[in-house]
Design a protein around this ligand. Sequence first.
Ligand SMILES: Cc1cc2nc3c(=O)[nH]c(=O)nc-3n(C[C@H](O)[C@H](O)[C@H](O)COP(=O)(O)OP(=O)(O)OC[C@H]3O[C@@H](n4cnc5c(N)ncnc54)[C@H](O)[C@@H]3O)c2cc1C
Length: 256
Amino acid sequence: MAVPRHQSSVDLAARLKVLARSCVVAARTSLSPSLVEVVLQGDAVVLAGVAGNDVMVLVETGERTLTRRRFSVRAVDADNDTFSLWISTTHDGPAARWARSAVVGDSVDIVGPRGKIPLDDSADWHLFVGDVASLGSFYRMAQSIEVPGRAIFIVELDSPGDALTATFDDELGVTAIFVDRDGRSPDDSAGLMSGLAAFTLPPDEGHAYLFGEYHVMHAIKTAMLDRGLRSEQISLKAFYRVGQSNGPNGEPSKDL
Ligand SMILES: Cc1cc2nc3c(=O)[nH]c(=O)nc-3n(C[C@H](O)[C@H](O)[C@H](O)COP(=O)(O)OP(=O)(O)OC[C@H]3O[C@@H](n4cnc5c(N)ncnc54)[C@H](O)[C@@H]3O)c2cc1C
């Protein structure tokens, strides 16, 4: 196993009881106007964990300064020992810059697997609400749904070209509502609210996964509770927060 380049990665992984590993960039592809796919090689199956999990990536913030950012695993290829990340590059930040400029053969410190929101196996339907940053995680989770089952995606996109698709089991019922951001700010919930309003929730037991901008996800959670979902049927993860960089733990601030 390749040793991480930074002792801080080893210490962090030991504290979290997960793996620290120096992975190698195996590929980088521009998938759409907003999304870059980075494929990493090394201990892929362990680092990728289960659907819904993410990894921490150590990126440079400037000369000699480093921070960590979290990215969900999109897919794992056990045969080639690789896993992929779908990274939004709509904004400017250290991780977006890393994703834009990563070169095959580069090494990067990875700590993982992370994350506490797996698929709810008891749910009859799974509702995924978020933006382009959550697409990779949503597709991996939906691909792990036991069939027959139902996946509903309500996702706000910055550009029509971001409407990437995925292949699902024929027995999985899939509904996708892509909402055009139409120039609205990432902390404006109006687009996703209108997408939600256009959809009637199925009658049986379901689970909603809300991954995206802090304010928008909290507004959507309130709307879901108003529509009769119980709080245990809702898993919310703030991915970023408008106007603020994520902290060194890779998460946006939870301060009001
Ligand atoms: C558990 C978890 C899993 C995640 N999985 C993914 C994933 O699979 N793919 C993915 O793309 N992101 C994912 N994210 C979100 C990603 O970690 C953040 O967007 C992170 O802020 C990007 O770091 P950065 O260094 O580019 O920007 P930062 O330095 O954190 O932020 C710089 C500026 O850009 C803004 N900003 C940051 N991210 C976005 C964004 N996505 N859209 C618009 N503005 C933004 C900030 O508000 C800030 O003003 C995940 C986050 C978490 C916590």
